[in-house]
Design a protein around this ligand. Structure first.
Ligand code: MG
Ligand code: ZN
Length: 188
């Protein structure tokens, strides 16, 4: 069985887009500092790295599904040039009202990834900058990390297993934690 780190996209791999925050053009896709290095280290540490992202902007008609796929293709190629391999990208193009099984906080994308890549979810992680990501990871049986710059008690109502200020900091946490969730140090 494989183990994986599931990464949210916006706010984890890249910065949010201008205005309403949606990324609808590759020109607005800015990979955050340290991300390529972090992905490389996670994979060197034996984890598959997968992106799981809600992209309601497709349902809203802000970009087509093929345009979204093109952005993801460029993201994967750009990161690979920096020796950072993304094993798979899963996205939910639906709107909240469509009742799909893939839109986070539902764990459908993680379950699909687990089926397609033989992933043991109990030794895998979900990393995101939103409580919805934490809920998704927990629903899938993964350990969870909330990325947030301000880690006060109030900022973690969703009870992640750990809090980290950047993906860079997540790497050490994930690679040094081979035991149970309870052994994860909660960063403050
Ligand atoms: Mg996000
Ligand atoms: Zn969906």
């Amino acid at each position: 069985m494989n183990k994986a780190v599931f990464l949210d996209r916006d706010g984890v791999i890249n910065g949010k887009g201008p205005g309403d925050g949606y990324i609808t053009r590759w020109e607005d896709f800015r990979i955050l500092p340290g991300v390529a290095e972090a992905i490389r280290r996670l994979r060197d540490g034996g984890f598959l790295v997968m992106v799981v992202t809600n992209q309601r902007c497709v349902a809203k008609g802000l970009l087509s599904e093929s345009e979204l796929q093109e952005i993801h293709r460029k993201m994967v190629v750009t990161l690979r040039r920096r020796k950072a391999v993304i094993d798979a990208v899963y996205y939910c193009p639906h709107d909240g009202e469509e009742g799909c099984n893939c839109r986070k906080p539902k764990p459908g994308m993680i379950f699909q990834a687990a089926r397609e890549h033989q992933i043991d979810l109990s030794s895998s992680w979900m990393v995101g900058d939103d409580c919805r990501d934490v809920e998704t990871g927990r629903a899938a049986g993964c350990r969870t990390v909330l990325l947030t710059a301000v880690a006060s008690a109030d900022s973690r109502p969703c009870h992640p297993d750990a809090i980290a200020p950047s993906l860079d900091e997540v790497v050490g946490l994930v690679l040094n934690c081979s035991g149970a969730v309870s052994s994860v140090e909660i960063r403050r």
